[in-house]
Design a protein around this ligand. Structure first.
Ligand code: BES
Ligand code: MN
Ligand code: ZN
Length: 512
C-alpha cells in the first residue's frame, strides 16, 4: 500500500492574499473575460506579469493554457500564482486540469497548493472534482522499484488548501470530503490493476479486497472454490479450471441501517487476474497488459470502499468473480459445454471469451442476493476498443431509463461513456447447435454480442454493462496521467450510488 501522500484542507477566505502556500492555482474558464477587478488584483500581486501574459497571449482563456509566475506583493503570503485553463464550464475538464497542475507543481518541488473555487460553478462539485484530480495526479506507483528516491520530487507529500471563494464553507468541505474518498479509492483501484499477475492471484485479490473495504465498514464474504461449486456456478469454475490458482467470488455488502430495503444496487466487476486466452491462446505481443483484466473488479472494490467511507444511505452489493484464465492440462476446450448457476447451458467456442462466462454467473448470483438494479464493469472486448478507442467506455443496458441514469452518473464523475446498441440480431448471433447459448457471436459487432450474452443472465432486472477494455489502461503517460491502470468507473459507480434517490423510484420493469 502506498504511503499517505496527500492532505486536503478547506480554507474559507475572501481573498487569496492571506493564504500561506507555495502555489495558488486560479482556474480560468474557457471564454471567460479577464478584464475584471479580480484579475486586476492578481496582476498587481504579480508585479504586472499576469497582465503581460494575457497581452502577449502567453496565457489565453482557451481552457488549455497554464501560466505560473512569482508573487511580488508583500501583502500576499503565497509564493507563486498559476492560471490554469479548465475548459468551459464542463465537468469533464475539471479533474484533468487539477491532475495536470499537481504534476507540474511536483516537478518544481512545490508541496503546498492552494486551489481557488471560483466562477459560475457549483462549489461543492467543483471542489470534489479538483480534489479527485489532484489525488489522481499525485498517484505514483513505484512499489516495485528499489533504489534511492530521496531526490525524487514525486516521492514527496503534497497538501491541498481549497479556497472557498463565493461558495459556502459547508458545501466546499462536503465536496472535498467526497473528493478525498473517491480520489483515494480510484488510486487504490489503479494500484490493484497495476499489480503483477504472479503476485495478485485470485486468492490474493480476494484478501486485498477484503482488507480494503472492511476498513470502511463494508461486510465481506469470500466464496472459495467449494462454495462456488456448491452454488453451481459452472461458468466461473470452467474458466478457473485451466489454472492452478483456485477461483474466488468476493461479495461485499454495504448495508446502512438508515437505508430502505429497496433499491438494492449490485455492482459486478470482471476479475480475471490474468488472461492468456486459455486454449484459444492470445498472441504474445502486449500479453503482459492482460494483468489488468481485473480492472472492472478493481473498480467495484474501489467504489465499494468509497461508498462505505461516505456512508451513502443506499444498499449496495459488490460482486467480483476472480479467476486466472490459463491453458493448463485441465483447461476448458473449445466445444465444451458448461452449466451456469441459473441452469442455462453454454457452449464455449472460444476460451478467450471468458469474461462474459464469469460475469454471467456473477450477475445471476447478484439477483439471487436480491439486487434490484445491476451494473457490471468489465475489460470485456477488443471490439469495444476498435469501436470507441480509448476516448470512452462502451455502455449497454435496459431499460433506457437505467442507461440514462448511468450516463448521468458518468457525467458527474467526469468519465465518458457512449451507448452502443443491443439489437435482437446480436442475441441471434449467439445461437449454439447443442447448448442454449454459444459464448461468441462471430467477428461482427463483438462488443454488442458480448453484451447480449450478459443480458441473458440479467434476465428482467434493470441492468447496464460498461465495457472498459479501452479505458482501463493507459499505454503512454500523458499530462496529468501516468501510464498504467486508470481506475476508470470508480467515480461513476460511486456517483451512481450517491444519486439513488433519483433512480430508486424509476420503473423496474424493462421495456419489451
Ligand atoms: N480481456 C479480453 C478483452 C480485452 C482486450 C481487454 C484488449 C483489454 C484490452 C477479453 O477476455 C477477450 O479476450 N475478448 C476477446 C473476445 C473474443 C474471443 C470473442 C476479444 O475481444 O478478442
Ligand atoms: Mn479473454
Ligand atoms: Zn479477458
Amino acid at each position: 500500500m502506498q504511503k499517505k501522500a496527500f492532505e486536503a484542507v478547506v480554507v474559507h477566505t475572501g481573498s487569496p492574499a492571506i493564504i500561506e502556500c507555495e502555489l495558488i492555482v486560479v482556474p480560468v474558464f474557457k471564454g471567460e473575460t479577464t478584464e475584471t477587478s479580480f484579475f486586476a488584483e492578481l496582476d498587481a500581486a504579480t508585479g504586472g506579469q499576469i497582465g503581460q501574459a494575457m497581452l502577449r497571449r502567453e496565457f489565453r482563456p482557451n481552457g488549455k493554457d497554464c501560466f505560473i509566475t512569482p508573487v511580488t506583493s508583500d501583502a500576499w503570503r503565497a509564493r507563486r500564482v498559476a492560471l490554469v485553463g479548465v475548459g468551459s464550464n464542463d465537468q469533464m475538464a475539471w479533474r484533468p486540469a487539477a491532475a495536470k497542475i499537481v504534476l507540474t507543481a511536483r516537478s518544481s518541488r512545490i508541496r503546498q497548493v492552494g486551489f481557488m473555487v471560483r466562477g459560475e460553478v457549483d462549489g461543492s462539485s467543483f471542489a470534489q472534482a479538483i480534489t479527485e484530480g489532484m489525488l489522481f495526479g499525485s498517484f505514483d506507483d513505484r512499489r516495485y522499484k528499489t533504489g534511492d528516491r530521496s531526490d525524487d520530487p514525486h516521492a514527496e507529500e503534497i497538501s491541498l488548501n481549497v479556497l472557498c471563494g463565493e461558495s459556502t464553507e459547508t458545501s466546499v468541505a462536503e465536496g472535498v470530503r467526497r473528493g478525498v474518498a473517491i480520489g483515494t479509492s480510484v488510486n487504490i483501484a489503479r494500484e490493484l490493476s497495476n499489480e503483477p499477475p504472479n503476485l495478485l492471484t485470485p486468492t490474493v485479490f480476494a484478501e486485498r479486497a477484503n482488507t480494503i473495504v472492511s476498513a470502511q465498514g463494508v461486510e465481506v464474504e469470500v466464496l472459495d472454490e467449494a462454495a462456488i461449486e456448491g452454488l453451481g456456478m459452472g461458468m466461473i469454475l470452467g474458466v478457473a479450471q485451466g489454472s492452478v490458482e483456485p477461483p474466488r467470488l468476493v461479495v461485499m455488502k454495504h448495508n446502512p441501517t438508515d437505508a430502505a430495503n429497496h433499491p438494492v444496487l449490485a455492482l459486478v466487476g470482471k476479475g480475471v487476474t490474468f488472461d492468456t486466452g486459455g486454449i484459444s491462446i492470445k498472441p504474445s505481443a502486449d500479453m503482459d497488459q492482460m494483468k489488468h483484466d481485473m480492472g472492472g473488479g478493481a473498480a467495484v472494490v474501489g467504489a465499494m470502499r468509497a461508498i462505505g467511507e461516505l456512508q451513502l444511505p443506499v444498499r449496495v452489493i459488490g460482486i467480483v468473480p476472480m479467476v486466472e484464465n490459463m491453458p493448463g492440462g485441465k483447461a476448458i476446450r473449445p466445444g465444451d459445454v458448461l452449466v451456469s448457476g441459473c441452469g442455462k447451458t453454454v457452449e464455449v467456442l472460444n476460451t478467450d471469451a471468458e469474461g462474459r462466462l464469469i460475469l454471467g454467473d456473477a450477475l445471476w448470483y447478484a439477483r439471487q442476493l436480491g439486487a434490484t438494479h445491476l451494473v457490471d464493469v468489465a475489460t470485456l472486448t477488443g471490439s469495444c476498443v476498435i469501436a470507441l478507442g480509448k476516448a470512452a467506455s462502451g455502455l449497454f443496458g435496459q431499460p433506457e431509463d437505467w442507461v440514462r441514469t448511468i450516463e448521468r452518473a458518468a457525467n458527474s464523475g467526469g468519465e465518458r461513456v457512449w451507448q452502443l446498441p443491443l439489437y435482437d440480431e446480436y442475441t441471434d448471433q449467439l445461437k449454439s447447435e447443442i447448448a442454449d447459448l454459444a459464448n461468441i457471436g462471430g467477428r461482427a459487432a463483438g462488443a454488442c454480442t458480448a453484451a447480449a450474452f450478459l443480458r441473458a443472465f440479467a434476465e428482467g432486472v434493470p441492468w447496464a454493462h460498461v465495457d472498459v477494455a479501452g479505458t482501463a489502461w493507459l499505454e503512454k503517460s500523458k499530462p496529468g496521467a501516468v501510464k498504467g491502470a486508470t481506475g476508470v468507473m470508480v467515480s461513476t459507480l460511486t456517483e451512481l450510488a450517491s444519486m439513488s434517490k433519483e433512480w430508486s423510484l424509476e420503473s423496474s420493469s424493462p421495456e419489451v
